[in-house]
Write a protein that binds this ligand. Structure first.
Ligand code: C2E
Ligand code: MG
Ligand code: MG
Length: 725
């Protein structure tokens, strides 16, 4: 192209005098230009000083789809629009600038701005300057590069989009976040990101095959698009991990609702190649500039939030907060120490009695693993079992559990059975049945005295295999219980097909079942009825109070388990009771369930006028709080509670008694995804920066905004010392 251009330049200005030697001859030069113009190799155009087209090769006009008379008179920029924003930004200087400067137009790709069909041309031109130095317009050439442009665009699209789901890929997503945050920092705008990680996707992929996994990911992408809308950027940044960028969003009420809805939608069953698949997802949310200003900070914050959401039992969302860092450290330590726990003999089995609903005599014990960590003491299985599943040592631990339980109860008198929890990961391993068989054989225990507690999540993926394994286990003679019923993806169809002996109704249904306007008692009654019809027993888990005991007994549960009877205790204690024939466990505990038990006791800031006081937060609800520590604050006083992390809640004192005040919030708090509450909005680090605090130092500390100016008058209220009660 450039070569052609220079030749045009050379050829045109030279007047060929008659008789002068010309290698082509006059006629042949015209013919050459003519044939060139008629080919699609290149066309000619010329403009006047005002940028209006005065000449365009006929074939070029035909390509545009307009007669050349209609094109003549239009300006260059009318015919050739600059590339639109979605197109590759080029390094070329935009056409408009080149024209305005009357510079030579270097080959530049432009988009046709007129005509019926889209098209991309490459044009170039040289300014025409006469002897007096006047600019008379351009002479130029053009050619159609639509095909090259399209294929280049496709290649770029491929490198920016995930070919499986059509979402942005990791590269594009992180670039976009970086440019967005850089731009927003200057304009002090906020931006939220959501990291979404699928739960149990690997299980589906492993049991149903990779093509099914791919299909599932496509459907997940479709659902995300529908829930989150077209306006946000959704990227797939790993196998089963997605990142969502939401500019100008900082309202944690909106974000929490969106996260909750996303979890619900993603957890609905999928139909993949004619099979049913169920997965879930966990979500971590971080918001700039509160949780991070640069993109790597913000991603780290969202990652920690996601990590906490997964650690919290999956199917949850979390907002980032600075204390997550400590929790992450704790989890890392669990992760590294867990590998040695078996070797160091730090695991123990405790046994919780499950009593007959009529006689309150122990019928069964549930084996619950305890980790006696050399530094930290007892660690809850709720903390370490998910980690063991993730780092892949759950099989080893599960085998240890089976052997331990079989060997323990083989010596127990009577017919008390023992239930062992089986993780879905353990269940899915090929040699699971074999491990059970070996544990039974080695100990010589009667298989009927062993129960395996299995959760609904084993039905994820390959249902046929699950049924086969159940049959093999029944063949061995062990009993099967369905644990935590109602918390997973309850489908009644697998209850019909699977040979369970017991259904354990999850504690969440038992808890508070006696509270007014609570429908849990109806659910319990329905499950009991269903189990009875299928010939299965029911266990009510987590019975803590006398009124819960009365309710679940009335609904007809056959067996009961909970703190009201006994927590999990060492095997020797159970053996001791069995040997003495003391089978009955008396219900000992509170009479009633209290929903307001979640009292708090933490130090927060209370701001009144120019003063900041330290007070204790006693109770926190969406609408208000009870604080202690200030003497005789009048009812009606307007205050601000500093709940930490930039969370300021404007409130009014409604009740006041000595050093204790009940306050009502101006704006309700919202759910923080972790059974806690938080403010919708936070004080922006930009506001604090304006108030003289450096932006960078703010992410870690609980923000103490009003530090109090130099005092001239005494504080309005008297602070009193309050100890932890
Ligand atoms: P799970 O199988 O549902 O076990 C019942 C849990 O409820 C136990 O928690 C038990 O201590 C607790 N619990 C019993 N009664 C009450 C009550 O009245 N109130 C309350 N609030 N809680 C009660 P724990 O021991 O912390 O175990 C938690 C979970 O860890 C278990 O839930 C089980 O899923 C898992 N787990 C425990 N041991 C093992 C094990 O050996 N292998 C596997 N794979 N998982 C285990
Ligand atoms: Mg259990
Ligand atoms: Mg349970």
């Amino acid at each position: 192209m450039a070569g052609l251009l220079s030749r045009l330049k050379k050829v045109e200005p030279v007047e060929q005098g008659e008789g002068e030697l010309n290698p082509f001859g006059h006629a042949s030069r015209a013919a050459l230009l003519g044939s060139l113009e008629n080919s699609d190799l290149g066309w000619f155009w010329a403009s006047d000083a005002g940028g209006r087209i005065v000449y365009l090769s006929e074939p070029a006009a035909r390509r545009i789809g307009k007669p050349s008379e209609e094109i003549v008179g239009l300006t260059i920029t009318e015919i050739f629009a600059p590339l639109d924003d979605n197109d590759t930004p080029t390094n070329e200087r935009p056409l408009k600038f080149q024209l305005a400067a009357r510079n030579a137009i270097r080959p530049v790709t432009v988009q046709l701005g007129i005509g019926e069909h889209p098209g991309w041309w490459e044009i170039a031109g040289v300014p025409q300057i006469d002897e007096e130095g006047n600019f008379n317009g351009y002479h130029g050439i053009a050619r159609d590069v639509s095909e090259e442009h399209e294929s280049k665009r496709n290649a770029e699209k491929l490198s920016r989009y995930d070919s499986l789901t059509g979402l942005s890929n990791r590269h594009r997503t992180s670039k976009l976040l970086e440019t967005t945050l850089t731009a927003f920092k200057a304009s002090k705008r906020s931006c939220a990101i959501m990291l979404i990680d699928l739960d149990r996707f690997k299980q589906v992929n492993d049991t149903m095959g990779h093509p099914a996994g791919d299909e599932l990911l496509k459907q997940v992408a479709g659902r995300l698009r529908r829930i989150l809308g077209e306006d946000v950027e959704i990227g797939r940044i790993g196998g089963d991990e997605f990142k969502v960028i939401m500019p100008d969003e900082e309202d944690r009420g909106v974000l929490g609702d969106l996260a909750q809805r996303t979890i619900q939608m993603i957890s609905q069953p999928y139909s993949v190649n004619g099979m049913r698949a169920v997965i879930g997802c966990s979500i971590g949310v971080a918001i700039a500039p509160f949780d991070g200003i640069e993109s790597d900070e913000l991603i780290k914050a969202a990652d920690l939030a996601l990590y906490a959401a997964k650690g919290g039992g999956r199917g949850q969302f979390r907002f980032y907060s600075s204390d997550l860092k400590d929790q992450a450290g704790y989890r890392h330590q669990i992760e590294s120490d867990l590998r040695d726990a078996i070797a160091k003999d730090e695991l123990e089995m405790h046994f919780q009695p499950i009593v007959d609903a009529k006689t309150h005599e122990v019928a069964c014990v549930e084996a619950l693993m305890r980790w006696n960590h050399h530094e930290r003491g007892m660690i809850s299985p709720a903390d370490f079992i998910p980690v063991a599943e993730e780092v892949g040592i759950i099989r080893e631990m599960g085998e240890w559990a089976l052997n331990n339980v079989c060997q323990t109860i083989v010596n127990w008198p009577g017919a008390v059975t023992a239930a062992v929890n089986v993780s879905a990961v353990q269940f899915s391993s090929e040699d699971f049945v074999e491990i059970v068989r070996r544990a039974l054989q080695k100990s010589g225990v009667n298989p009927e005295r062993i129960e395996l507690e299995i959760t609904e999540s084993v039905f994820v993926g390959d249902m046929e295999r699950a049924l086969r394994v159940f049959a093999e286990l029944k063949e061995l003679g062990v009993q099967l219980s369905l644990d935590d019923f109602g918390t997973g993806y309850s489908s009644l169809s697998y209850l019909r097909d699977a040979p369970f002996d017991k259904i354990k109704i999850d504690q969440s249904f038992v808890r508070g079942c006696t509270a007014p306007d609570n429908r849990n008692d109806a659910i319990i009654a329905a499950v009991v009825g269903l189990a009875g019809a299928l010939g299965m027993k029911t266990v009510a888990e987590g019975v803590e109070t006398k009124d819960e005991l009365e309710a679940v007994t009335q609904q007809g549960a056959t067996l009961l388990q909970g703190m009201l009877f006994s927590r999990a205790i060492p095997g020797e204690e159970i053996l001791d009771r069995l040997e003495r024939g003391e089978l009955e466990f008396k219900p000992l505990g509170p009479a009633k369930y209290r929903s307001d038990r979640r009292t708090q006791f933490r130090k927060i800031g209370l701001i009144h006028g120019d003063d900041r006081y330290n007070v204790f937060l006693r109770n926190l609800s969406k609408t208000g709080a009870k604080v202690e520590g200030l003497l005789d604050v009048p009812v009606g006083t307007d205050i601000v509670l500093d709940l930490g992390g930039g969370q300021l809640a404007v409130a009014t004192v409604r009740r006041s008694e000595g050093f204790s005040q009940g306050v009502e919030f101006e704006t309700h708090l919202i759910n923080d995804g972790a059974n806690g509450l938080c403010t919708r909005h936070r004080v922006s680090p930009y506001q604090l920066e304006a108030a003289g605090k450096p932006l960078r130092s703010l992410n870690d500390e609980a923000v103490a905004v009003y530090t109090g100016a130099a005092r001239t008058s005494p504080k309005a209220f008297v602070e009193v010392e309050i100890g932890r009660r």
